[in-house]
Design a binder for this molecule. Sequence first.
Ligand code: COA
Length: 254
Amino acid sequence: MDIDISKDSGVLTLTFNRLEKKNAITAAMYQSLADALKDAEADATVRAVLIAGQPQIFTAGNDLDDFLKNPPSGADSPVFQFMQRMIDCSKPTIAAVAGPAVGIGTTLLLHCDLVYAAENARLSMPFSQLGLCPEFASSLLLPQLAGSQRAAEKLLLGEPFLAAEACAMGLVNRVLPADELLPFARAQAAKLVALPASSVRATKRLMKADQVAAIKARIMEENLAFGTMLGTREAKEAFAAFFEKRKPDFSRFA
Ligand code: COA
């Protein structure tokens, strides 16, 4: 399976497992994630959700090939379902990030309650480099978290940044040596599991209450723009350049 789903001692662990394609996320993988989160919501024995990748890479973000062949359309699209499920998840979510976390690999961290990163974590949101625009409410949440200038640097230029900078920005709770990442994230999850579940849920809900409507509205707005931009010549050039392993040339587009 490209997403490993396991449940142990109250923790649902979702692991990207498509190393041959750098854990790039297809529509089928988004659907697995959305379905697992839906099941977790209804399962009282799940008291925390852990999202992890592999030691070499968290995820290369959207599968660009799959994205072109099956562009997401509407509220039923798997990526949209995944986003909704993350936002509506009443249980605490923890991310353990090692290696590159590209695109939604970084923006999903904005929706996790706790984020732990290995020293080799390398985050990036290269939407403008791909002829696209921000998604998953990152255009709202990143400026709020990091300030407009720092967010602009990450979202306009789309350049990668390391775990230590992500920690200074408030996007990551703690940076750990690679071999300590998963044990630490699991230990934090175990602490959450041991707490009264109703208190944990209420605390999460109250912390997020003011933002939920704004986040959902921004996602709708972003998705409209993103969907249109996927069809542009700029995006086609960027995607072609990636698969042809060359630099894109945007100079002919106004
Ligand atoms: N979509 C589809 N395929 C992808 C992919 C993606 N997002 N990311 C990597 N792959 C594929 C490559 O095409 C390659 O396939 P191949 O072996 O059939 O040629 C394979 O995964 C290995 O990728 P490669 O680029 O050679 O690995 P790397 O270690 O040199 O670099 C990344 C890793 C993540 C830095 C690089 O793959 C990358 O930048 N990927 C694109 C990220 C991106 O733009 N995501 C979309 C954000 S919206």
